[in-house]
Ligand binder design. Structure first.
Ligand SMILES: C[S@@+](CC[C@H](N)C(=O)[O-])C[C@H]1O[C@@H](n2cnc3c(N)ncnc32)[C@H](O)[C@@H]1O
Length: 280
């Protein structure tokens, strides 16, 4: 297992954005209260065990997963070192959007396992997942990455230019739904599609993929953030993103065109494939 990565000098400390990360932070806060208030020793011990279980999972996954390439590590460092609060416009972009080491490695393995040569990404940010998949597609493969924010697309292209695999990525700047329609109109087909853009657009993106030849017959769709910090089941008032993801998950579960599984890695990834039509 590799040693933990050196700390990054970031303008803002990252906040927890996955169900397990949020659980660990909640347990940390409760434990601090309990320690100050003199909770019974046995209860305190169980609370500490619960916190350690939750807080240790993500770091352990990092250590047990193959290390990222130097190019991906550089891209992650650049993203963390950037002051996203100073990014032009009210875009909501933040370092926590980056998928990162473990998810990037899962995407690489999915590209290898499906032997995907053409990959489509919907929502690129600074390009971590696009570059991870580009490293796996091989010299004859390509990744088309959609991003609506021109500045962040330019930021990503600077990282792509510094790596051999970066040359396999074509960036399309604009609303992803428009890009998907244009790609479908041009007869493009993709073996693997990673959906990680605006959550309100997820249902449209899936309909565009399934209602055209954009998704190859054997194609795999990977949809990110489908646990959305636990909002779909927590019973608290969801954010707009939480409500959109909950509605997307419900629609997917009732969609006869596909079969899917929600993998609880980080903030959840749903793997979707089109079910072949039964012969009449
Ligand atoms: C969660 S981030 C993507 C993270 C990236 N896939 C990674 O793994 O590092 C979502 C990105 O989608 C972009 N986005 C949001 N709405 C979009 C749209 N309608 N069309 C294209 N991109 C969009 C945002 O600007 C943001 O950069």
């Amino acid at each position: 297992m590799s040693a933990p990565a050196p700390p990054v000098t970031a303008p803002h400390a990252p906040r927890p954005v996955t169900p397990v990360g949020i659980l660990a932070a909640e347990l940390d806060a409760v434990l601090a209260h309990a320690e100050a208030g003199g909770l019974d020793a046995a209860a305190l011990e169980r609370l500490r065990a619960a916190r350690d279980l939750a807080a240790g999972l993500d770091p352990y996954l990092e250590r047990a997963t193959s290390p990222e390439s130097p190019a991906l590590a550089d891209l992650a460092r650049r993203t963390a070192a950037h002051d996203w609060r100073a990014h032009p416009g009210d875009t909501g972009l933040e370092q926590e959007m980056l998928s990162g080491h473990v998810e990037g490695q899962l995407l690489r393995l999915l590209v290898h396992a499906t032997r995907a040569r053409s990959v489509l990404e919907v929502g690129m940010f600074t390009g971590y997942s696009a570059l991870a998949m580009a490293e796996a597609v091989g010299d004859d493969g390509r990744v088309v990455a959609c991003e609506v924010d021109a500045e962040v697309a330019a930021f990503a292209k600077e990282s792509f230019a510094a790596s051999r695999a970066g040359a396999r990525i074509e960036v399309r700047v604009g609303p992803a739904a428009d890009t998907l329609r244009a790609l479908a109109g041009a007869g493009e087909t993709f073996d693997l599609v990673f959906v990680d853009a605006d959550k309100a657009g997820y249902r449209d993106y899936l309909d565009l993929l399934l209602g055209s030849d954009l998704l190859a017959p054997h194609g795999l769709v990977v949809v990110d953030n489908t646990l959305m910090q636990g909002q779909p089941w927590r019973g608290t008032t969801p954010t707009a993103n939480g409500a959109a993801v909950a509605a997307f998950n419900d629609a997917l579960a009732a969609d006869p065109r596909v079969e899917q599984v929600l993998v609880p890695l980080r903030d959840g990834l749903t793997l979707v494939r089109r079910v072949p039509e039964e012969p009449r």
